[in-house]
Design a protein around this ligand. Structure first.
Ligand code: ADE
Ligand code: ZN
Length: 342
């Protein structure tokens, strides 16, 4: 039995593996600036968030047709299943496609085609969160949200991503107000590279229910008190933090400190094709580095379930499965461990 997981911080565009990228380039006759897979992979040496985003947006140029978005999403869901993912709330960046001439409806329909097959084919329930690029004008985000609402295009929530510093959440208050008025769920990247003040703004001005990354909240005790008190989830992405040099090495990752502080943290992969692994790889690496053990792995899984936008009944069913997994782990470890950890 695999530990049942939910994934809450996953950019579908960040699951574009080099092999699929080359396949799509050929299919769509797109000339790539990289001569080989090796040459492309050699670019995956990022100095900060912006250096990653430059490559991420460039690579997306191979996504042209509806079926390309379906193939991308299916590839993620198939891999997520092997990781034990049972529910995924997936980010999608409309402006990364509309800005290069791909219609919103084409891209979204392609993603939806895959999501509609997800429960039957991979046993994964899904939700779709449209993320707006904070380094583009808020008016553009507002226009796209209005188009989605007017067209009755089914989405579950909105988020905020892309280059963070100098693009504070307060710029997007009107966008989030409109989304809230239409019953959409609200999340935002904050405190990844940006200061704790951006996390405060995301909470108090945008009214987000969940903070993506939020790792720099650790610099502000009053903010930590607030996050703990209100059980605001932080979707933490360890491989991403290392690759984007938010922290130096995995050994320096504050995940244990965050757990011990009582924060509602869960583990996610962000852009797994670029950062060296999927959600299971992130968890395995943390377990190897910090000796998390079954109890803290189960806690992280439970946190993800609590942080999700699933119904209470679906949350309870998945949480039961986590307890079953934990019991089998304790059994396998033998009676001494079972007594010690109980
Ligand atoms: N878009 C894709 N990945 C991102 C990240 N880690 N931070 C901000 N925007 C992103
Ligand atoms: Zn992200």
């Amino acid at each position: 039995m695999k530990l049942p997981l939910v994934e809450l911080h996953l950019h579908i565009e960040g699951t574009l593996e080099p092999e699929l990228l080359f396949e799509l380039a050929e299919r769509n006759a797109v000339t790539l600036p990289w001569a080989s897979l090796a040459e492309l992979r050699a670019q995956y040496d990022f100095t900060d968030l912006q250096s990653f985003l430059d490559l991420y947006y460039r690579a997306l140029d191979v996504l042209r047709e509806r079926v390309d978005f379906t193939d991308l999403t299916c590839a993620y869901l198939a891999r997520a299943r092997t990781a034990g993912v049972r529910h995924a709330e997936i980010f999608f960046d409309p402006q990364a496609h509309t800005s290069r001439g791909v219609p919103l409806r084409t891209a979204l329909a392609g993603v939806r085609d895959a999501l509609e097959r997800s429960v039957d084919e991979w046993g994964i329930s899904t939700q779709l969160i449209v993320t707006f690029l904070r380094d583009r004008p808020a008016d553009e985000a507002l226009q796209i949200l209005r188009e989605i609402l007017a067209g009755e295009i089914p989405i579950d929530g909105i988020g905020l991503d892309s280059a963070e510093v100098d693009y504070p959440p307060e710029l997007f208050t009107e966008v989030f107000d409109l989304a809230r008025a239409h019953g959409l769920r609200l999340v935002a990247h904050a405190g990844e590279e940006g200061p704790p003040d951006y996390v405060w703004q995301a909470l108090d001005l945008l009214g987000v229910e969940r903070v993506d990354h939020g790792i720099r909240s650790l610099e502000d005790e009053a903010l930590l008190d607030r996050l703990v008190r209100d059980r605001i989830p932080l979707t933490v992405c360890p491989f991403s933090n290392v690759r984007l040099r938010v922290i130096d090495t995995l050994a320096d990752h504050p995940i244990v400190r965050m757990i011990d502080r009582g924060l509602l943290v869960c583990i996610n992969s962000d852009d797994p094709a670029y950062f060296g692994g999927y959600i299971d790889d992130n968890l395995a690496a943390l377990d190897a580095e910090f000796g998390l053990g079954p109890d803290r792995l189960a806690l992280l899984a439970r946190n993800g379930i609590e942080a999700s936008f699933l119904t209470p009944a679906a949350k309870a069913a998945l949480a039961d499965e986590v307890e079953t997994w934990l019991a089998t782990q304790r059994e396998a470890a033998g009676p001494a461990t079972a007594i010690r950890s109980s």
